[in-house]
Design a protein around this ligand. Sequence first.
Ligand SMILES: [Zn+2]
Length: 328
Amino acid sequence: MIKIAMPQKVIENHKKYYREKVLPDIQDELNKLNDSEGLNGIIAYKNFLSLCLDNWEKFAIGSVAELRVLDDQLCKQWDDLKNDKEKVSSIFLKAYDRFIYVPKKLIKQWENNVDPKDMEWCAYTYLKMLSNLQVCPYCNKNFIHPTLTEDGKVRGDLDHFFSKEKHPYLALSIYNLIPCCRYCNSSLKGKQEFNVENIISPYEVSYNDLFEFKGPDSPSEGIQIVNNDEDVLVDEYLEMFKIKERYQNNRDILEKFQQKNQEYGSAFIEQFNMNFGLGKLQISIREFWSDFYDYPLNKEDIDKNIMSKLKRDLAVDVLGHEWLKGDK
Ligand SMILES: [Zn+2]
């Protein structure tokens, strides 16, 4: 799992959007309730909406840790709502539906290559502004960058780390919207929820340092995964997204590494260096191998291409490129 860096401009845009597009809906609903004071159920509903207004910045742009605290604090008030839970859900889920809708103006801006930070704010702009993240942070197997044209559009999904069924009031909290691929979101995670109390979100840290892909010990085995510290949360993550099973479809990468390694061992590089001279090409041996096997030399670049984690790990295990370990 890749750690996602949140650009400051995303925070600013989302805060403005939430203030202008979500708060008025909550305020309107509260105004409507003003004449109905005295009924217990409605008081609970009013109290909940007031909490949403008073803490709106935390709802909109609070970090994952802040959302956990907020969610804990709201637990009792949420239960008190009883039948009014649906009304609260409706306000936030409608706001989320608006956020994922493509405004007409955006298509023109997209075509004219307007700076993303100045585009109409919606799910597409959010993904476009996370320009460093080109791949699904959960699986690193699929691209998620958005494309928008007059007659067609496609983008990565937004997974609700705190599910919108159980925590609808966090449906439009920016740190709760994890860009990811459709396999990871709809097909595998679906409505399941992580153990959100403990498990980390891609907005907190990466799991990539905690497990490694390895080549098989015997030809009958597939690609292996080692959970270095036998961390149960890493196991939960690997299991939820079926990481080991899905990577068995990428044995061709392993086989290509093994085949190239046999054909072009260290003798090849010595011969190559003697004939052409890497110095003349102005690249180091490490850069040469990274180009030759098509893996990123820096671990910070894992988020730019699919299969990068698998390739880097196999480069250590199968090819013995130990220098990548220090840069895990
Ligand atoms: Zn994925």
